[in-house]
Design a protein around this ligand. Sequence first.
Ligand code: NAD
Ligand code: MG
Ligand code: MG
Ligand code: MG
Ligand code: MG
Ligand code: MG
Length: 334
Amino acid sequence: MAKIYYDGDANLDVLKGKRIAIIGYGSQGHAHAQNLRDSGLDVVVADKKGTRNWDKAVEDGFEVKEVAEAVKESEVIMVLVPDNIQPAVFYESINDNLKEGDMLMFAHGFNIHYNQIIPPKFVDVTMVAPKGPGHIVRRMFTEGIGVPALVAVYQDYSGKALDKALAYAKGIGATKAGVIETTFKEETETDLFGEQVDLCGGVAEMIKASFDVLVEAGYQPEIAYFEVLHELKLIVDLIYEGGIYAMWYSVSDTAKYGGMTRGKRIITEQTREEMRKILKEIQTGEFAREWILENQANRPVFNKLLEMEKNHPIEKVGKELRKMMPWIKGIDVE
Ligand code: NAD
Ligand code: MG
Ligand code: MG
Ligand code: MG
Ligand code: MG
Ligand code: MG
């Protein structure tokens, strides 16, 4: 069983008198900064000058500085800029400003695990990764509940890295819900696997393939959209709230029988074998190398694929049908 830490396992005093720099006032950054401040800790925010989020941090009453300045005056540095630009920000503004005994923190392990950031030996390196988007991390804190998080220690220079990371987790409210111990390796590899095979890659292909098959067979795209995309939310909500069995329990017996017998013909042993291959590519660093080189080449494959996703027929019919459902808060992306 996983080791889980709660409020009683963490002591905020460990971070009292230590300045915490939140680097990047985005989804996670704004929530961490505000929760830590409300927990009585000393927070300075860094973002990119001239951005909306820089102004937002100022409006929210924070001292806002350039990254290098914030790092210089802090003992805890949480890196919350987008993962693909973290190496550049680290080597330009963070690395040279770290002092012995500082704690460098992340909310995702990719750059440390794949050696895109190699921190100096004289700092602690830890992770606190909330299992929710920033606005929920903030809202749950204000409601006194907290969002679960992962904690990991990559480098323990001070001998107190875990205590300091747990204090940070308590400061953002996570120990109220529970903080699960993991490693940078486990967090990074499972995160990539989940988004590739299931959450983003698997689900998107499942929806498009079932839509395409219905439309090719002459069914109306509008009807297909409702059946294979729109209704997915109802199913996912059931699974989210009660688990897969609760979903089976709630759908019709016809859906149960059809789903339980036919689902295994969609996700076959061959599909599982492909999942194992994808996991291997993650474990060996092959995926990481591919994605890093793709970025260095200015994203030729990424941009092409994204364009194709944007132009898939399901997008057109979805845009029209969602207008019939004003209760759906639309997300407009151009
Ligand atoms: P985000 O895109 O919402 O915010 C990034 C912030 O960084 C923005 O405010 C941006 O202005 C700022 N920024 C960009 N370039 C900068 C630069 N050169 N110098 C200073 N600031 C700069 O990012 P996010 O979603 O909060 O993700 C941050 C980290 O948290 C990532 O490691 C991510 O994997 C992790 N994480 C995110 C979530 C989530 O739900 N969003 C959940 C868990 C972990
Ligand atoms: Mg410092
Ligand atoms: Mg994830
Ligand atoms: Mg991810
Ligand atoms: Mg139906
Ligand atoms: Mg039905």
